[in-house]
Design a protein around this ligand. Structure first.
Ligand code: 13P
Length: 244
């Protein structure tokens, strides 16, 4: 159960969130919990999560260890502040910051090389869905991105399926649509990495996940977890999703 805070919250607001959130998920041993704040809040989040099972992730990661890459933050830097995960290839990065399947692959490899668990995002836009091209688009993102990993690398990633038309719009994919799309992604995985990899990879759903739809989404066997934006900013609502 992962929360993507996007570009929200200060360090003080981060600490305040954890104070309220921690007791609400103290007994939530049925799942892993990851919160991904902005880079500037990572240290505060790791400190505030200390002693709990809550893990902290970044929202992006560079492919290089260090160097002349203004504005980038590397895997070793994230490790050094105690982050364990990194979101890679979020649709907002693809849409506004020219992230491509190629850079998504490089960043995923960068995360893995430096011991972070990448949460690799794929998803179609509304026009793709409406023109019946969803599976082709996802297959393209998979082939050009994730499929470039080795089997050993693939075994360490988490995939997040986020239909772009469902992000921040209040339009959730129906559980059936989400499950069907997860099945199609899993079929791609099976074809490239084999049955065991397909059976064990975790595929999260993201896009307008809220306390009132988390249970039915999580009720789909194909959906292994969720990547939550807006509803993860509030401790009570994210805890209620975690404890669906
Ligand atoms: P919302 O939950 O706000 O729709 O955002 C989803 C998302 O983009 C998570 O990465």
């Amino acid at each position: 159960m992962a929360g993507n805070w996007k570009m929200y919250k200060t360090p003080a607001e981060t600490v305040a969130f954890f104070e309220k959130f921690r007791p609400l998920v103290e007994n939530s041993s049925h799942c892993e919990i990851v919160i991904c704040p902005s880079f500037t809040n990572l240290q505060a989040a790791v400190g505030a999560a200390k002693g709990s099972a809550i893990q902290v992730g970044a929202q992006n990661v560079a492919w290089a260890k260090e160097g002349a890459f203004t504005g980038e933050v590397s895997g070793p830097m994230l490790n050094a502040v105690g982050a364990s995960h990194a979101i890679v290839g979020h649709s907002e990065r693809r849409q506004y910051f020219n992230e491509t399947d190629e850079t998504v692959l490089k960043r995923t490899q960068g995360a893995l090389e430096f011991g972070l668990t990448p949460i690799v995002c794929i998803g179609e836009v509304l026009a793709d869905r409406e023109s019946g091209r969803t599976e082709a688009v996802l297959a393209g993102q998979f082939q050009k991105g994730i499929a470039g990993l080795t089997e050993q690398q693939f075994a360490k990633i988490v995939i997040a399926y986020e239909p772009v038309w469902a992000i921040g719009t209040g339009k959730t994919a129906t559980p059936e649509i989400a499950a069907e799309t997860h099945r199609a992604i899993r079929a791609q995985v099976r074809e490239k990495f084999g049955k065991d990899a397909a059976d064990s990879v975790r595929i999260l759903y993201g896009g307008s996940v809220k306390p009132d739809n988390a249970k039915v989404l999580m009720g789909q066997p194909e959906i292994d977890g969720v990547l939550v934006g807006g509803a993860a900013l509030d401790p009570v609502s994210f805890a209620s999703i975690v404890n669906f």
